[in-house]
Design a protein around this ligand. Sequence first.
Ligand code: ATP
Ligand code: MG
Length: 383
Amino acid sequence: MEKVVIIRYAEIHLKGKNRGYFERTFTVNLEKSLKGLRHELHRTSGRYLVEKFPEGMEEEVTRRISRVFGVYSYSVGLLTESDIGEVYRAALLVAPESGTFKVDTHRGNKGYPMTSMEINAHIGGRLLSDRPALRVDVHAPQSTVYIDIREGGKALVFSAFEKGPGGMPVGTAGKGVLLISGGIDSPVAGYMMAKRGMETELLHFHSYPYTSEGAKEKVVELSRILARYSLSATLTTVSVTHIQEEIHKKCAPELNVTLLRRFMFRIAERIAKARGAKALVTGESLGQVASQTMEGLASSNAVVTLPVLRPLIGFDKEEIIARARTIGTYETSVLPYEDCCTVFLPEFPAIKPDLSFIEEEEQKLDVEALLSEALETRERLSL
Ligand code: ATP
Ligand code: MG
């Protein structure tokens, strides 16, 4: 008898012809998450088993796989010989001492000498006589002993299903570039796209020395947290200091943020194209701040051709915060450091910037020269 972790996946089934590709990617991602930990990973009829990990490490295994997108649910269980005596020994180990319970058997091996009903009755009956404080309740039991009779003379016995993160395996939905600030929203946006299978590169703009080293460190830390969910293990940073100074010096102050965002999008698109990414991802949410009105969003879309994905567009701040807490980025996001968008922040930013006015103001700048210069400041950090 051996402790194992059972992994179930769901949405992958929907993919018909592509299923093989999805399963291969999922396997690679599971292996990556278990790196450095002795184990064997086996796929059997619609699920995976993690076996042969060091004793007592099941929590470490589940902690790691619980961050792999595509995992629908998982259980710690016992893998045993499938003769009924061995199955019962395993059932004794997972069954509670008291309260109500039922046995729920599934037979993958239809040649097994007992039917599912017979196994339920046999194991349930023996548990009742060995544990007087147990009672059967087949409708709403406090605990369930699950038995899965498998091919090859083996059975799985377990008592709990834990919910996984769901989603699709990262790498099955192309690549995008996440514009990551130090705020609450963009890390959540990156998480959500990764959950849909997108491989995500991280890009951060700073305006050193107006923004501090601390501000950058915070983004590095956020990126490290995201890397646990298979977002990129590198962070690209670009300085927009000179761009901001030029905008501040030459253009209408109410357009500061709008113009800066257009530069950010242009730079992001160039980096995306260089890295084979097919989309930009931001943490924008409609109406959240002055630059996130329809007009604001449209003015930044106007300078790029790649699709801009905004997974938080319809979320309230409360909902975003709740997600940030679950994925573990919230505490870091709320550390008090300035973002480059807050440097030279105008008193009254334009809420409905007019595109022709924006373009007119932009003509006061040497856009191409500023873009090339900014791209020169590009740095890639390993996380
Ligand atoms: P966040 O919480 O993600 O900072 P926000 O509500 O503060 O978002 P803005 O500051 O207007 O909103 O930024 C909107 C989006 O623009 C961010 O979600 C992010 O995708 C991108 N962005 C903002 N600042 C930066 C930056 N310094 N570097 C990279 N991307 C940025
Ligand atoms: Mg911000």
